[in-house]
Each structure stands twice: as structure tokens, then as C-alpha cells.
Design a protein around this ligand. Structure first.
Ligand SMILES: [Zn+2]
Length: 554
């Protein structure tokens, strides 16, 4: 019996992969049943008495009367959750093997997902023996597990160049010969599975997955380019780990304490913008009364600095912060206004009070658009389920027939949905980014991108709110953020400010930084005659660069 996650997958795999493979394998094809109903997507009969049954997680129970000698579980991590009423498909299916005590076989195969999820635990705890694939060097014959740190591109770190010029090579651990893709293929086909610690007559054996650099279908350059492309983004890096390295991903979020977070304070006082900043974003968390907000400055590598945080009691205060406040830039006469702000529209369903608050926010966004004509303020809300991107494309506010008032905002107010789970993980990952990282030999390495700073007077109140949620795991190994502190509003505000600068919010901040750099190099700055008064507030993509002002800030 071959058990897949659901019926659709079961039928598709049978039709597109298994049956064609049987038909194309002469030895097996000989035994395929000649009867018209002998080979279907749900079962394959062989003339020697063997039957292959396809099943899926929820249908395993229906097979109660069958005895099964060989059981295959395909992608068990993707099986849907089963209710407590029925037994799980694993034990149900395994009971089918009772008749074959000494000759049964049980196979699980899965792509890796998260560290310590059920499948990863199975791999860690069950096997008597773990086998790794060893490639054999075509030059010196050394058998070796291919590790990713032996793949290099002669110092090139540009993913486009690596892929275009096919620069990646694998260095043999013994003779240091650089294998290209052709030699790699030879090395892999001459290799074999080998246990790290072999035991006599193992009962359970794990074959650790083959990383992409073993595959004749994937160039070494593709894998290495993918690494350089994803190394500064935890979500992409996760995909690289599971898809290319074939390893479970360890989410490196440790629950921190307030004093550790406050170590990220630098000596820039509140209200002052660091000189490396290219733009300011603002996140506003709407309360029943008033608003919590943060203003964050961003550099072109998405390193950021908390300029200001606090509580605003009215829409008028929000307006003043967004459109009339200018922040002084450190070590220069220039000032900077908010480039982009995101306000939580709530959008709760049902509760009358919340509906009214949402209406008020829509109305405020509309009024700001008319008054200032600039797009600075945007409506956002948290998505209830995972999204493909951290920030969704903008959507029209939905109008409900029961809510005539909402019709008024159609075409004016748009909102973006945020994957707050991903954004919170990203914030915590940024907290771990280092200014002066050291490698294994204790040598200093270049600063990491996306570092996270706080102004010099950031207090315990901020730290408590920021750390008011912790990463927890449910019993299926899935991660979620759980509120553990009383107030998490500043965390939400930081999430919104980060969303404003996120690569998935188009046009994004990196594009803006590139634009500023090109303006800076092509047009020499003019004198500061019109610097002080005009357009100091709000959306500030410059018509032209001005010396002493904050548009081009380096
Ligand atoms: Zn060698």
C-alpha cells in the first residue's frame, strides 16, 4: 500500500509517475495484469500475485480488512490533521502488517521541513543506522559526503554571474581537485550509500536526503547562486535549506529577555535620524482610543534604527506626525519626513464598536489623500492565514451589502494584508544580525545587512511590548506567535513599519535607495537656497537632489 496525503495527489502520482514507470520497465511490465481493470489509478495488479494499492491519509481506515506486507508513506508531513475520534493513519496502516511479522517493510519518505517536526523527530530517534551518500572523486578515488562549504565560485558572490558563467566548482576534500558539473556527475554515479556508524543487522535505516548538488539535473552553479540569492532573507533561506541542502530548517528565533533587546540601543538620541538613512517609515497600531506608533529609519541594506515610539491620542496627532513633523538628520543640517506609513484598519467582523473604528480609519485615510495629495498613509490589516508574500498586493476594501457606508470607500481606500507571522519572525531574525560578526577562526567579517537599532533612550516599556509574543509550537510542530505579555501594541507597530520597507511592498525601499544613488551620481547637488521650507513633510521622492537636505543622505 502506497499512502499519499490526499486522494487527488494519490491519483495523480499513480497516473503520471507510477504506472508509466511500471510500463516502461521491461521486467516489471511483463508482470502487469493484462485485464482492463487490472491497472487503475487506485490499484495495480501483477500476474505474480502482488497487488499495489493506492491510499491516502483519510482512506487508510477503509482498508481495515486488508493485510499488507509493504507500506509506503509519501510526504507524511503533509497529511491532514485527523480528529481525535479516529485512529491516525500511521497506526491504522501499521496494524495491517501484523500478519507479516518477519517479512514486512515500512518506508517513509519526505522532503525535510522544520527541525523537530514529527518527521524530523522520527529521523532523529528511530533509525539504528543513518546512511549518507558518498561520491567518489574521479581523480583520487576518495569517497566523501559532499558538503556545501566545499562548493565555491572562485570568490564570486554575485548570483547572476555564477549562474550565467557557470562558475561553481566542488573541491575534493582530499586532492582539492575542482569538479565541474561533468566531473560531479561522474563522482556521484561512482559513489555509494554508507553509514556513519554501522551496526550489525540494522532494523531501521535512515537514508539522509540528497542535497541538490548530488543531482545530475541541477548544476552546482544553480545551487550556489540560490544560496547567495537567499542568504539575507530568512524565508528564502528556509526554502534553500529544505529544497537544496535537503535539511530541516531550524527557525533561529530564541525568546529573548528585555535587557538583551535593549543592548541594541546606540547613542543616537530620540527624534534624530542616522546619517545613513534613506527613508523613514511609520507603523500605527489603532486602539479603541488613540494609537501606538513607531518611526523607523532605514538604510539601503535594510539596516534600521528606531527614531521614535509612543502613543498618540487622536487622529489630529497622527496627521501632525505624518505630515508636519520633520526629523533632524544626525551630523547634518538636513531633515527628513515620513516616506510611508501603515495604519491598522482592524476590520474586525461583527463587533459594532470595531466596525465603527474601521470606518473612522478609512475616513481618515481618505481625508489625508485629499488634503495632501501624496500617498504616504496606507491601510493594512493582519491576514488570518499564511500568505505567499509578507505583504499582499493592495486590495479594494470589500463592500458588504449590509454595510452601505462602506461603499463610500470603494475605489479610494485600499488595504494590504500582512503575514504577521512571517514579519515577526523577520524582526526577530534582524535582532540577531551582527555589526561585527566573527568567523570560526575568530576573524572579523564584514557587517551583516538588516541590523536592528534602538535610540539611546529606548525604555523597558518598549522592550516589554516588543517581547510580548513568543514563538510556540503546536503538537504538529507548527510554529505560531503566542501573546505572553499584556500589551503587544509596539510590536504590532514595528511589524507595520517593517512592512512599509519590505521587499514585497512595491515600489520597495531598495528600489528607492537605488534611485537615490543614481540621482546622486548623475546630478550634482544644488545650493541650499530652497532647502528649508518646501515639501519637508510627507512623501518625499525628490524632484531633484538638494544639498544639505535629507533626500540624498550620504
Ligand atoms: Zn580527489
Amino acid at each position: 500500500m502506497y499512502i499519499m496525503p490526499d486522494e487527488k495527489v494519490a491519483k495523480r502520482i499513480a497516473r503520471r509517475q507510477l504506472i508509466p514507470m511500471f510500463r516502461n520497465t521491461p521486467k516489471v511490465a511483463e508482470y502487469l495484469s493484462p485485464r482492463a481493470d487490472g491497472v487503475t489509478t487506485l490499484h495495480v495488479n501483477f500476474t505474480n500475485g502482488m497487488d499495489l494499492m493506492m491510499a491516502w491519509a483519510s482512506s487508510a481506515a477503509a482498508m481495515a480488512s486488508e493485510s499488507i506486507r509493504y507500506l509506503f508513506f509519501d510526504e507524511p508531513g503533509k497529511y491532514p490533521e485527523w480528529s481525535g475520534k479516529e485512529a491516525d493513519p500511521f497506526s491504522l496502516a501499521e496494524q495491517r502488517q501484523n500478519r507479516y511479522e518477519n517479512t514486512s517493510k515500512l518506508m517513509y519518505f519526505s522532503t525535510p521541513n522544520l527541525q523537530d517536526d514529527p518527521f524530523d523527530m522520527l529521523l532523529k530517534t528511530e533509525p539504528d543506522e543513518v546512511r549518507y551518500y558518498h561520491a567518489r572523486c574521479p581523480v583520487c578515488n576518495e569517497l566523501q559526503v559532499m558538503e556545501n562549504h566545499n562548493i565555491h565560485a572562485a570568490g564570486c558572490k554575485d548570483h547572476r554571474e555564477i549562474r550565467r558563467k557557470q562558475l561553481a566548482r566542488y573541491s575534493c576534500v582530499k586532492c582539492k581537485m575542482d569538479w565541474d558539473d561533468y566531473m560531479r556527475n561522474k563522482a556521484v554515479s561512482a559513489g555509494r550509500w554508507k553509514a556513519v556508524h554501522s551496526v550489525e543487522r540494522p532494523v531501521a535505516v535512515a537514508f539522509r536526503g540528497l542535497a541538490s548538488w548530488y543531482s545530475p539535473f541541477v548544476s552546482l552553479s544553480t545551487g550556489l547562486a540560490e544560496f547567495f540569492k537567499s542568504k539575507d532573507d530568512p524565508n528564502k533561506l528556509q526554502a534553500y535549506y529544505t529544497q537544496h541542502r535537503c535539511e530541516a530548517w531550524a527557525e533561529r528565533v530564541e525568546n529573548k529577555i528585555e535587557s538583551e533587546l535593549l543592548e541594541h540601543k546606540n547613542d543616537i538620541p530620540p527624534g534624530i535620524v542616522p546619517e545613513w538613512a534613506v527613508a523613514l517609515t511609520c507603523g500605527i497600531d489603532t486602539q479603541k482610543i488613540g494609537f501606538w506608533f513607531v518611526v523607523r529609519a532605514w538604510g539601503d541594506d535594510l539596516t534600521s534604527h528606531l527614531v521614535q515610539y509612543g502613543y498618540l491620542s487622536s487622529f489630529e496627532d497622527v496627521e501632525a506626525t505624518l505630515f508636519s513633523t520633520t526629523y533632524q538628520v544626525e551630523k547634518s543640517g538636513g531633515t527628513m519626513g515620513i516616506w510611508r506609513a501603515a495604519i491598522d484598519t482592524g476590520g474586525g467582523q461583527g463587533a459594532t464598536e470595531e466596525e465603527t473604528r474601521t470606518e473612522e480609519v478609512y475616513e481618515f485615510i481618505t481625508r489625508m489623500r485629499y488634503k495632501y495629495g501624496e500617498k504616504v498613509l496606507y491601510g493594512i490589516k493582519g491576514a488570518s492565514r499564511p500568505q505567499f508574500t509578507r505583504v499582499s498586493p493592495e486590495k479594494q476594501v470589500e463592500s458588504k451589502p449590509t454595510l452601505l457606508a462602506r461603499q463610500r470607500w470603494r475605489g479610494i481606500v485600499t488595504i494590504r494584508q500582512l503575514d504577521t507571522y512571517q514579519l515577526k519572525s523577520l524582526l526577530h531574525w534582524r535582532i540577531g544580525r551582527k555589526e561585527k560578526p566573527v568567523d570560526e577562526n575568530g576573524d572579523e567579517m564584514p557587517s551583516e545587512s538588516q541590523r536592528f537599532y534602538l535610540h539611546s533612550e529606548t525604555g523597558m516599556d518598549y522592550a516589554r511590548q516588543f517581547l510580548a509574543e513568543e514563538l510556540h509550537k503546536d503538537r504538529r510542530g507548527r510554529r505560531y506567535w503566542k501573546q505572553v505579555g499584556r500589551d503587544n501594541h509596539l510590536l504590532d507597530a514595528e511589524v507595520y513599519a517593517a512592512a512599509c520597507a519590505d521587499s514585497s511592498w512595491q515600489p520597495n525601499l531598495s528600489g528607492l535607495a537605488r534611485h537615490l544613488n543614481s540621482v546622486k551620481t548623475t546630478a550634482p547637488p544644488e545650493s541650499d537656497t530652497d532647502g528649508g521650507s518646501q515639501n519637508q513633510c510627507g512623501g518625499w521622492i525628490p524632484k531633484r537632489p538638494r544639498a544639505g537636505s535629507s533626500w540624498v543622505n550620504r
